[in-house]
Design a protein around this ligand. Structure first.
Ligand code: FMN
Length: 452
């Protein structure tokens, strides 16, 4: 008998959601997002402070969702970001409210470098009568590239069996062809038949969590086949293939196509979907501005009016605050244990054989890392803004776009933004980092005096 699986997770900035989505797809399970009644602040510093306070006081925030009926589930994956070396408080509430006696519980977490901390021990205490299997900790900055690690782990703990990838590949090719045909509007009976055949194969799994019913709701009685294709094939099979093309990119392509074709009736829905999939207002306005030259000025005007409705006048999208990381992606929050203020990190390098990591690090004004040293040294290449670099016992150096800092092995130092400027650098290093004390406000504020 196949075991029924639930993937429950909390995610603040999206990394744990990425892992949960991948596990859900690979295991064809049900997905449950744990949502606190009162969302945590978008502002990183405020979130860090609130989380620290809640964790220290053992506070369990109320959840928006009711406790699910777990009776039918045999296995429950539980995912959390590492917050102050433990599970996030909404996950604590979830575990406290659920009866997991006799179930198999499998933890997973994303982190900013601190791996599990004591998350697993804390989780085990909250479900003492469950069988807790080996979990997976993924660095948040590599969440999008973690499919292989997840597959290996799931096979290791015997949740999945090794798969034959050739079959999957063939189906991808056929589906891509069908999608192209659908976009060109030239569906014929044979192609529709082919889609139905593919729909019936078990190799491609649908996302249970994002089931679209718009086709059946609106056209179910008038055009049932169209409704079925819309809900089950286009929004079911094609849109859910996020490992092949992320939902954000699918939204982008769809929005541009709709504007180009002058199909404004569906634009609002897709702009909303794009917003949910992470397209910021800045990105959308930039895209339409460029598209205006190709698709026509009046179409851009019409599109902007709908953008206004969906996004409003102010940009609330999370990742647009730290705009200075324009060259390389911004990434996720860094481990607050070793930083003061808001900073983000995106791992750029993917080639493991080089044994060298290249990361894009963005500091908000006033943000800085603690004193630290690298076992094999480090190189900083400043790409924007203004910042500081200081070695232990030496005066600080001001850094700006184009500055290069070569840091020798085991030299104690820190770096970060100036008080009033963003600061972005690439950090190139290999080997371990040893962390020391924070750079106090007194030390930091004294830097300006030093330049006078
Ligand atoms: C409040 C807070 C506390 C955090 N504490 C830690 C920590 O102690 N260790 C660590 O490695 N990362 C820490 N991080 C970084 C997150 O674990 C990491 O960015 C994670 O991937 C975020 O997951 P999410 O995008 O699903 O919210 C913290 C982040 C926040 C917001």
């Amino acid at each position: 008998m196949t075991k029924k699986i639930l993937v429950a997770y909390y995610s603040h900035s999206g990394n744990t959601r990425t892992i949960a989505d991948l596990i859900q797809k690979i295991t064809n399970s049900d997905l449950l997002e744990i949502v606190p009644k009162q969302p945590y602040p978008e502002n990183y510093n405020k979130c860090v402070e609130q989380a620290k306070h809640e964790i220290n006081s053992g506070y369990k925030p109320e959840l928006k969702n009711n406790v699910p009926n777990l009776e039918t589930y045999d296995i429950v994956f539980v995912g959390s970001p590492n917050w102050w070396s433990t599970i996030a408080p909404p996950v604590t509430t979830f575990l406290s409210n659920c009866n997991l006696t006799g179930k198999t519980v499998i933890p997973f977490c994303t982190h900013g470098g601190g791996r599990w901390g004591h998350s697993v021990d804390d989780l085990k205490k909250l479900c003492p009568n469950a069988d807790v299997l080996e979990g997976l900790a993924i660095n948040g900055n590599t969440a999008e590239r973690s499919k292989d690690d997840i597959n290996k782990w799931l096979q290791k703990i015997r949740i999945t069996k090794p798969q034959t990838s050739m079959k999957t590949l063939q189906i991808i090719i056929v589906l891509a062809g069908i999608f192209a045909v659908m976009l060109s509007g030239n569906l014929n009976a044979q192609e529709i038949k082919k889609m139905n055949e593919i729909k019936e194969t078990k190799t491609i799994k649908e996302t249970n969590s994002k089931k679209v019913t718009a086709g059946r709701d609106q056209l179910g009685s008038l055009a049932p086949k169209f409704a079925e294709l819309n809900d089950d094939v286009l929004f079911g099979q094609v849109w859910s293939r996020e490992e092949e093309l992320p939902a954000r990119d699918r939204s982008l392509v769809t929005i541009v196509s709709l504007i180009a074709g002058g199909n404004f009736e569906q634009l609002k829905f897709h702009l909303q979907k794009g917003k949910d999939n992470g397209l910021s207002k800045q990105e959308i306005t930039e895209i339409i501005t460029q598209q205006a030259f190709y698709s026509g000025w009046p179409k851009a005007w019409s599109a902007f009016n709908i953008v206004k409705e969906v996004y409003g006048e102010t940009d609330t999208a999370k990742h647009t605050i730290l705009k200075k990381s324009a060259i390389f992606p911004l990434g996720g929050p860094v481990n607050p244990q070793w930083f003061i203020g808001e900073a983000r990190l995106k791992m750029i390098s993917t080639e493991n054989s080089l044994n060298t990591k290249v990361a894009n690090v963005t500091f908000a004004p006033g943000a800085r890392n603690h004193w630290h040293s690298h076992k094999v040294g480090q190189i900083l290449l400043v790409t924007d803004g203004e910042g500081w670099y200081q070695e232990w016992g030496k005066p600080a150096q001001k850094l700006k776009k184009g500055s290069v800092v070569n840091i020798s092995a085991n030299v104690k130092h820190w770096h970060g933004a100036t008080k009033d400027s963003w600061f972005v650098h690439l950090a190139i290093n290999s080997g371990e980092t040893e962390w020391f004390d924070p750079v106090t406000d007194k030390e930091y504020n004294a830097l300006l005096e030093q330049l006078k």
